[in-house]
Design a protein around this ligand. Sequence first.
Ligand code: GLN
Length: 250
Amino acid sequence: MRIVVGHLYPEHLNIYADRGNMAVLARRAALRGHELEVRPLGVGEPIRPGDHDLLYVGGGQDREQALIAPDLAARRRSLAEALADGAALLAVCGGYQLLGRFYRGHQGAELPGAGIFPHETVAGQGRLIGDVLIACELDGERWNVAGFENHAGRTRLDAGAEPLGRVVAGFGNDGESGFEGCRVGRAIGTYLHGPLLPRNPWLADWVLRQALAHASGSEPPAFEPLPDVLERQAHEVAARRAYARGGKLR
Ligand code: GLN
């Protein structure tokens, strides 16, 4: 099958090698006989319902976020329609923040969000930086996800919102709640860079399976596991660093 990805603002939101997530998805799709077509979506380029099986937004600093926030917020309806139609979504850090209700930076200016995730984000004193490990449960499967976080924003989930995972080591959404990321159906947002998917191959496969479900109009397919020898090693290294960083251990 062909999996069509809408990559939002690749010119603006692309720090910490977040584009590498696309490379991982393309390779893992190809190994299962599927083709990934990545279409960049810059400012003003429309999202038409049904066009994309997966939408992707990477990370960026406040300056880049300010450049695209009005455009992203104006897409509120088309994004919600795409998700209601069954498309999957993956958002990292700056993109994750702007898919909530708003992000208020240090200067006090409030950037509007697209309202996909039930959260709001306000920059606090000091940045939350370092390796991070979280425990996730997605559709009955439990996995640890490892990554690297670097954010000033503290993201508060609404009561009852579903996080992507619980913080095992590191800060997560706000350094206090023990929550990391957010999930709404086939949409997930997270602070984890690295990029995220090379060292968390099971999560890459989860995202691909959701996108394939949209592409085929059926349930997410089962995947044969891949050897993932290097991927598992990369995960272990990142997980060990997260434990060793001396941050919060839960
Ligand atoms: N500007 C945001 C913050 O510092 C996001 C940073 C990022 O994407 N790494 O909170």
